[in-house]
Design a protein around this ligand. Structure first.
Ligand SMILES: *Cc1c(COP(=O)(O)O)cnc(C)c1O
Length: 422
């Protein structure tokens, strides 16, 4: 801190600080100027941090459903919105606000709204911004539950979905009709790691007044920041890499303020708000996000390369391999490759299941994004509800196995897969 008194500007700063009675303002996180200049790793640890009068170092957990007022007049002003401040944790909560500010800083977004889960974030985006009669175009390779959301629930309210192949820009263009309001996709996709060209799709969408919404769950902002490529909105399942340790459910929607205002209105009215406890866990998770993502991605790349050499394996899907069809695009859009990979073993379901059962380190679970490596058989679990035709169209064959690589020693993971190979 500068305390010289030879320039008027710095004198003024000192005076302001003295008036506040503190040598520096310990209650606030990064100043707007610093926010603009520091690196991702600094934002992940510091952005959004706020301190109470107590001066706690770690972010406080405000585990309270409601807030009190100094007077009836103050209560009236808060409810009228003429005075800022908390009312009720379905609307705002200081711990949740810290989570929102930190994630917004990481994604380079104007605003973030936290939600109770990733699915709540997707539903909030759709219900806040679409109406009956609107149409959306969605990639076939989205998360299984997302498919059910569009096909079963949004369809009930007159929102029609056209399904297209993620990487086929012509198909996206051909699906546009006068009522099309939104494109929705995940990139890279799960479990095959296909990559969408975000700049191309954003251009196409914007030519037709369509919003481009991207689920950025698999890369997280540590590896990919979709808003840089013209994407309008990001949705997250914080349950995955943002927490990174498999503890809590949560989600978020990010983007421009005017769009987020609608999403916020939906959340505070319809109730899928994030729990302050979960927000507090995610704040801690984000502090190690970049370190984890880099270490996990490095291991995933080495394992993908090793899997390519295995006679029992007929195919490996990983964006980090030069033979992957969208490898160049992945290099352009991502700082690194997501720590998810999949491979096909000869011998179909029987061989895949026996390999999974023979592993001793990998957890057999549908979840991903954890420090613990997980192994999944998509055809009978995460993608089990798809029709046979949809599975075939999405490349979900019976011999396919998905790995989410965690923080165990990569040699131990490789040894475990080696001893489990059929
Ligand atoms: C898990 C997941 C979701 C849903 O998130 P929840 O937090 O489980 O509701 C959405 N999108 C993707 C890509 C996911 O992996």
């Amino acid at each position: 801190m500068m305390l010289q008194d030879d320039t008027g500007v710095e004198n003024k700063t000192v005076v302001q600080k003295e008036q506040q009675g503190l040598p520096r303002d310990i209650r606030h996180g990064l100043s707007p100027e610093l926010l603009e200049t520091v690196d991702f790793a600094t934002l992940a640890v510091r952005a959004g941090g706020r301190r109470s009068q107590e001066g706690e170092h770690s972010e406080a957990l405000y585990l309270t459903s409601s807030f009190v007022y100094a007077s009836a007049d103050e209560a009236a002003k808060r409810f009228a919105g003429t005075e800022p401040g908390n009312i009720y944790s379905r609307f705002t909560n200081p711990t949740v606000a810290m989570f929102e500010e930190r994630l917004a800083a990481l994604e380079g977004a104007e605003k973030c709204v936290a939600t109770a889960s990733g699915m709540a974030a997707i539903l909030a985006t759709m219900l806040a911004l679409l109406s009956a009669g609107d149409e959306v175009v969605v990639s076939l390779s989205v998360f299984g539950t997302t498919r059910v959301l569009f096909d079963k629930y949004l369809a009930k309210f007159g929102i029609k979905t056209h399904w297209v192949t993620l990487t086929d820009v012509q198909a996206w263009a051909a699906a546009i009709r006068p009522a099309t309001r939104m494109f929705f996709l995940e990139t890279p996709s799960n479990p095959l790691g296909e990559v969408a060209d975000l700049c191309q799709l954003a251009e196409l969408a914007h030519q037709h007044g369509i919003l481009l919404v991207v689920d950025n769950c698999f890369c997280s902002p540590a590896l990919q920041q979709p808003l840089r490529f013209g994407v309008d909105l990001i949705v997250h399942s914080a349950t995955k890499f943002l927490d990174g340790q498999g503890r809590c459910l949560g989600g978020a929607v990010l983007g421009r303020s005017e769009l987020l205002q609608e999403v916020y209105g939906y959340i505070r009215t319809c109730g899928a708000s994030m729990s302050p406890f979960n927000a507090w866990v995610f704040l801690k998770g984000m502090e190690t996000l970049e370190l984890r993502m880099r270490a996990q991605s490095d291991s995933a790349l080495l394992l993908a390369q090793w899997l390519c050499t295995q006679p029992a394996v007929s195919q490996v899907y990983y964006g980090g391999l030069p033979q992957h069809p969208q490898h160049a695009l992945a290099c352009k859009q991502q700082a690194h490759f997501a720590p998810l990979l999949s491979f096909v073993v000869h011998g179909g379901r029987e061989a895949a299941w026996s390999l999974m059962d023979a592993t001793r380190l990998f957890s057999i679970t549908g979840n991903l994004g954890d420090t613990k490596s997980t192994i999944t058989h998509p055809a009978t679990t995460t993608h089990g509800r798809l029709s046979e035709a949809d599975k075939a169209a999405s490349g979900i064959v019976e011999g396919l196995i998905r790995l989410s690589i965690g923080l165990e020693s990569r040699q131990d993971l490789q040894n475990d897969l080696a001893q489990a190979m059929p």
